[in-house]
Design a protein around this ligand. Structure first.
Ligand SMILES: [Zn+2]
Length: 182
């Protein structure tokens, strides 16, 4: 599979919450999310979501509960003509020391292996530097749509994303333009 854009979920597609997203009615799309994904789809890009969901390890949401949220999210996006190829999530706690919680690249590597993807030709989009860092490990081009936390992290980081976008539509436009240069 080529032309792949990896998207973070909380803070990138939908609004993040310090209390975590525990149910479908707590998940709200950020402005221009549908437009951004649609633009990418229309230009032949496949969307794969890569998300840390420690709510599982924290016992706040069951796996079935998370699957339900994701199913509803995919259905809602389909109504706007958006297609999500697949969602990969890390269920672990930050203290678990797993290899799949971003900034570790485990989920990106798994997605790459399962879908035959050359990640050096892909893009990783997120609101936090952990998204950028995970993307850099597997040589993706990286885009930050900085949340408040993400902006602080950016200021303190030696690593810089390839582009800083104001929302997912802005990110989508940059990707379409950037990719056409190859
Ligand atoms: Zn994990």
């Amino acid at each position: 599979m080529d032309k792949v854009v990896f998207l973070d979920r909380d803070g990138t597609i939908s609004r993040d919450s310090p209390d975590h997203i525990k149910s479908w009615d707590e998940l709200h799309f950020l402005p221009n999310t549908e437009q951004g994904i649609k633009l990418l789809n229309d230009n032949g890009f496949n969307i794969i979501i890569i998300t840390n969901q420690s709510v599982i390890a924290r016992g706040m949401v069951t796996k079935e509960g998370l699957d339900f949220i994701h199913q509803k999210m995919i259905e809602e996006l389909e109504e706007y003509g958006c297609k999500i190829h697949k969602i990969y999530y890390c269920p672990h706690h930050p203290d678990d020391g797993c290899n799949c919680r971003k900034p570790n690249p485990g989920l990106l590597l798994k997605a790459a292996q399962e879908n035959d993807i050359d990640t050096s030709q892909c893009y990783m989009v997120g609101d936090r530097m952990m998204d950028v860092e995970a993307g850099k490990v597997v040589k993706c081009k990286t885009i930050l749509i900085p949340s408040e936390l993400g902006l602080q992290e950016l200021k303190n980081s030696m690593i810089k994303p390839d582009y800083i976008a104001k929302d997912l539509l802005d990110a989508g436009k940059w990707i379409v333009k950037n990719y056409s240069k190859y």
